[in-house]
Every structure is written in C-alpha cells, then in structure tokens.
Design a protein around this ligand. Structure first.
Ligand SMILES: NC(=O)C1=CN([C@@H]2O[C@H](COP(=O)(O)OP(=O)(O)OC[C@H]3O[C@@H](n4cnc5c(N)ncnc54)[C@H](OP(=O)(O)O)[C@@H]3O)[C@@H](O)[C@H]2O)C=CC1
Ligand SMILES: N[C@@H](CC=O)C(=O)O
Ligand code: NA
Length: 429
C-alpha cells in the first residue's frame, strides 16, 4: 500500500492524542483511505521532554523547518497553537504544496480568510474541525447537512474550560480559582487561560461558526464579549434559586438580515437543554428555517476528543489526495451581512443592584425601568444587612438599546450600584 507522510507541529495535549490515535487505529485508517499514514517528523520546543517518540521511529526536532520544508511530507498537522509565528508556518506549509490540518481557533478566527485564499491558490486542503467545540463534528455538519437549509440562529456552550468551572462551582461548591486550576490540569484550558475565562476563546469559535452558518466574516470587535471571570458566586446562587443555571453562551443570530454575535454569561432556564450540559462538554443548537432546532452535544475540550476531530480531518485530506479532489475550501458559502443594531436585538435580562435599605429606593429603580419602558416579570430583595439591600429584577423582553439606557441611568443614580446584568434565555419551545 502506498504511504502518505504526515508531519506535526506540536506534541502537547492534542498532539499527544493525535499520535496515539494514528498509532492505535492505523489499520482502520488505511482500510478507509487506501493509504498508510505515517507520522515521520514532529517539531516541538523541548525535544528532551518527549523521550517516548524516538522509540516509535519518529524524528523529533526543535526546527519547524525540518517539517515545513520536507518534500516527502504531504500533510502538516498544526497543534502548537498561537497566532504568531504559527500563521507564517502554515503559510509556508501551504506554499510548499502541503495540506494543513489545525485545531487553532485563535488563528482561523483572526486570519482564516487569508489562509483559505493561500490554500486555494496552492490547491491545498486546510481543515480545522477541532477548532470549534473540540470533539463535536459541528463544522462538517453545518457544511454538509445544512447546505439546503437557511440557518437563522446558532447558539451554545462552546468553551469546555468555563463550562467545567461553572459546573464545579455549582455542583461541588468549588472556588473559581480551584476549578480553573483543575481545568488546566485536565488539559482543557489554553496554555494561557485568559482567553478561556474572558470569553475570547468562545468568541473565536462563534466567529468561525458565523462564517459557516451565514457565509459571513465577522471580527472580534464586531462581537459583544464577556467572560466568567467577573461572575459573583452570589448571582450563580441567586439564579439557581430562581430556576436558572448560569452558562457561558455564544450566540450568532440573524435578525432582519443583520447579524448579532455575542458571548456572555446567560441565565438558562433549568428545563432548557443547555442547562443540562456539564463539565467540559459543549452543545451547539443550530436553528434552520426548514429543519427547526437541532442540537449537537459532546466533549468540547480534552486530549482524545479533540484529537479525534484532528484525525478525522487528516482522513478527509487523505481521501481528497487519493481522489484528486484537494483544494476545495472547507466551507464555500460566502455572503455579506451587516451587524444588527442594539435596537433590533431583544432579550429578557437579569439585573442585580445594590442600594441603601431605606424607603423610596426601590421606587427609584422602578422609575428608571419605567422611563426605559421596561416591565419586569420578577423583582426580589435577595439580601440585606439592614443598611444595604441587594435587589434583583428580571425584565420582560427589551432591546439591547433599552438595557443600555437602564445601565446608564443606574450609573448616574449615586445610591444604586449595578452589580450584574445578564441575558435570560427563553425556554426552549
Ligand atoms: N487542549 C484542548 O482541549 C484543545 C486545544 N485546541 C487547540 O489545539 C492547539 C494545541 O493545544 P494543546 O495541545 O492544548 O497545547 P499544549 O500547550 O498542550 O501543546 C503545545 C505543543 O506545541 C509545542 N510548541 C509550542 N510552541 C512551539 C513552537 N514555537 N515551536 C514548536 N513547537 C511549539 C509545544 O512544545 P513542548 O512540548 O516542547 O512544550 C507542545 O508540544 C491550540 O491551538 C489549542 O487552542 C483545540 C481544541 C481543544
Ligand atoms: N480551551 C478550550 C479548548 C478547546 O477548544 C476550551 O476549554 O474549550
Ligand atoms: Na468540532
């Protein structure tokens, strides 16, 4: 059987999983592709840290050029992460006529369209299924199974680390710091977890999902992004007592031909399917005009689930090589769309404030809400020490513009302090 040589950049959490699957499932992969896939070289930073590789007959190097310029290598698997210098490495691989498989959402979300053009110009495949929702085959599903439908909304939990942290805080009463440390030890978090906890990793995934769902390129500054790093455990408990679970939810919605893309902590009704997603698992709800709402669930981070998506891309690339069909873009759908205005984006909101526990204060809050033409479904005083009270209101559906007005007015009212404002998800019909 002919062989196809594969080179790798990176051998960390994901790379280690890729190597394991490629070794263990070699026969099955050969039977499916008609080619023997051989990993011949792996570039890492610290060669001495990977003694196990030499025993496999694979060359380990700290020189990426040894992989990128090797004429025998046809497929380069990039699992080292980061944007620079990784972007240049991928460009070099593509210009050298190699096909590239990557798990790098930071890079694809920020420089994807540039890389796609270079891949096309060089008749190379560029696949990145693992970049969104780790082990869930969501990108290929959108390309293949929604081709005939019109997607109206994509929303879900697309970051494993933060969902793991929130689950551990609610279920086990773990502190935020302890839960984050555990997510790092389990290999779910990025090497620098800032992007995970600040919602940026989820935002990158929503940028890629927006591209696949609507054919539209949006950039990070087009999104409204908030992470879980400022969530107060008091609000998590308060939400729980009102029948909600706090989740970090990304949403890309089409509203009157305009797009609204966001990532934020959201109060999810306990009977909504997203409320049940635990630990590092992810779930993506895709609503199509014809099919209605569908849900895709599975591990969103971690060694083996992510590696499975990477190896699926290696197999797809190999099949294209064999059939002579390389070089088609992963997603060929292209369309322009403008961003929705705050006056077009509607939701119910949870608003938590602190105020002096004296007569007349609640009236001030009510006046602010009334002036913004906002009615509420619930108002509760959740705690008081006799001097200061915490009050929570849940609004009916209002526009984001109305929410901004309310927040501005609260800011201007010296005796009321805004503690939190979170979107409240509608019950799933
Ligand atoms: N972990 C996960 O669950 C998921 C990760 N991803 C993405 O997969 C990619 C890899 O993540 P992960 O495996 O967790 O990362 P790790 O930090 O575990 O591994 C990174 C690997 O890349 C190597 N590396 C880093 N910089 C360089 C460089 N400049 N030159 C050569 N080698 C380098 C490291 O070498 P050394 O070993 O010597 O330090 C290490 O082997 C990232 O893009 C990440 O966002 C996507 C989905 C899920
Ligand atoms: N850090 C990411 C890894 C997968 O993309 C996450 O936690 O989701
Ligand atoms: Na995926």
């Amino acid at each position: 059987m002919e062989s196809i040589k594969v080179g790798m950049l990176g051998l960390g959490t994901v790379g280690g999983g890729v190597l394991k699957i490629m070794q263990e499932h070699q026969e099955k992969i050969s039977a499916i592709t008609g080619r023997r896939l051989e990993i011949t070289k792996i570039a890492v930073r610290h060669v001495a840290a990977h003694p196990e590789v030499a025993e496999l007959g694979i060359e380990l190097t700290d020189d990426v050029n040894a992989v990128l310029n090797d004429p025998d290598i046809q497929i380069v698997v990039e699992v080292m992460g980061g944007v620079d210098p990784t972007k240049d490495y991928i460009i070099q691989a593509l210009k050298n006529g190699k096909h590239v498989v990557t798990a790098n959402k930071d890079l694809i979300a920020q420089r994807g369209s540039e890389l796609v053009k270079i891949a096309q110009a060089n008749h190379s495949d560029l696949f990145y299924e693992a970049s969104v929702a780790g082990g869930i085959p969501i990108l290929r599903t959108i390309v293949n199974s929604f081709a005939a439908d019109q997607i109206e909304d994509v929303k879900g939990i697309v970051n494993g680390t933060t969902n793991y942290i929130l689950t551990q805080m609610v279920a086990k009463g773990m502190t935020y710091e302890a839960a984050l440390k555990s997510a790092q030890e389990l290999g779910f978090a990025e090497s620098d977890p800032t992007n995970d906890v600040k919602g940026i990793d989820a935002a990158y995934k929503m940028i890629i999902l927006t591209q696949f769902a609507y054919g539209t390129n949006v950039k990070l500054s087009d999104l409204s992004v908030e992470g879980i790093d400022k969530i107060d455990a008091v609000d998590i408990q308060q939400a729980k007592s009102m029948g909600y679970t706090v989740k970090l939810v990304g949403e890309s919605a089409e509203i009157n031909d305009h797009l609204a893309v966001s990532v934020a902590p959201v109060l999810v009704p306990n009977d909504h399917p997203l409320a049940t997603i635990q630990n590092e698992n992810n779930a993506v709800l895709v609503k199509g005009a014809a099919v209605g709402t569908t849900m895709f669930y599975g591990p969103g981070a971690g060694k083996m689930p992510t590696a499975n998506s990477v190896v699926s891309d290696i197999i797809a690339t190999t099949k294209n090589i064999v059939l002579g069909t390389s070089g088609n873009t992963f997603n060929g759908y292209r369309q322009k769309a403008a961003l929705a205005k705050p006056s077009e984006i509607f939701s119910s909101y949870y608003i938590a404030v602190k105020m002096p526990d004296i007569p007349g204060q609640l009236l001030k809050l009510t006046q602010i809400l009334t002036e913004a033409q906002t009615s509420v479904s619930q108002v509760v005083q959740t705690e008081t020490d006799g001097k200061e009270a915490r009050v929570v209101a849940i609004t009916h559906n209002i526009s984001l513009a109305q929410l901004h007005t309310i927040i501005d007015q609260i800011d201007q009212e010296a005796s009321i302090e805004l503690k939190a404002s979170y979107k409240v998800l509608e019950a799933q019909k």
